[in-house]
Design a protein around this ligand. Structure first.
Ligand code: IMP
Ligand code: MG
Length: 177
C-alpha cells in the first residue's frame, strides 16, 4: 500500500474545511447529510471541526452493474433522511469521481424542499468528472488512481485505515477482489 495522503495532512485539511463551513453557515439551519458508507470517517471528524450548530443525517446511494470505478445506474435510498424542508444541506461524500453519484443525490435531496444544497467531499478526481456539477467544498484534488482508507473501500475492506492509500495488487488479492 502506498500512502497518498497521510493522517496528519487529512487532519489539517479537515480542520480547514470545518472552519470554512462554520463561517459560511453561521446563523443558518445546517444539516450535514453523510453518504453511506464511505463518508462516515470524514463525517465524524468534520462535524467535530465545525463550531456552528448543525444536524447530522445519512443517505445512501448504490450503483448497480458498475465496475470498480464506473458506476452503472444509481439508486438513492432516502429512508433515513429526516425533514430537510427549509434547511441548508451539505451533502458529504468521500470522493467525487465521475460525479454521477452526487448528481443523483442532489436530485433526491431537492425533493425534500431544502433552502439550499451544496456538496462537500474529501477527494475530487477532477480529470474523471463527466458531469456539469463540481464539488462546492473539497479537501484534495487527486489524480486518477483507485484509493482506499479513511472510509473508502475496496470490496468493503480498508475503510479503517487512518490514511489514504493506493493499494497494490497483493492488497487487492488479500481483500478478496
Ligand atoms: P462517482 O459517481 O463516479 O462520482 O463515484 C463516486 C463514488 O464511487 C464514491 O462515493 C465512492 O464510493 C466510489 N469511488 C470512486 N472512486 C473511488 C476510489 O478511488 N476508491 C473507493 N471508492 C471510489
Ligand atoms: Mg460512495
Amino acid at each position: 500500500m502506498r500512502v497518498l495522503i497521510s493522517e496528519g495532512k487529512i487532519r489539517d485539511r479537515v480542520r480547514e474545511l470545518g472552519t470554512q463551513l462554520s463561517s459560511e453557515y453561521s446563523g443558518r439551519p445546517l444539516t450535514i447529510l453523510g453518504v453511506l458508507t464511505g463518508s462516515v470517517v470524514l463525517l465524524a471528524d468534520l462535524i467535530r471541526a465545525t463550531s456552528v450548530p448543525l444536524r447530522v443525517a445519512l443517505i445512501s446511494a448504490s450503483s448497480y452493474g458498475g465496475t470498480r470505478t464506473s458506476p452503472g445506474s444509481l439508486s438513492v435510498n432516502s429512508s433515513l433522511v429526516p425533514d430537510l424542508k427549509g434547511r441548508d444541506v451539505v451533502i458529504l461524500d468521500d470522493i467525487f469521481d465521475t460525479g454521477h453519484t452526487m448528481v443523483s443525490l442532489y436530485e433526491a435531496v431537492k425533493g425534500f424542499e431544502p433552502n439550499s444544497v451544496k456538496s462537500a467531499v474529501l477527494l475530487w478526481k477532477s480529470d474523471r468528472t463527466t458531469v456539469d456539477l463540481t464539488p462546492d467544498y473539497f479537501g484534495f484534488s487527486i489524480p486518477d488512481e483507485f484509493v482506499v482508507g479513511y472510509g473508502m473501500d475496496y470490496n468493503d475492506e480498508f475503510r479503517h485505515l487512518p490514511y489514504i492509500g493506493i493499494p497494490d495488487n497483493d492488497d487487492l488479492i488479500a481483500a478478496g477482489g
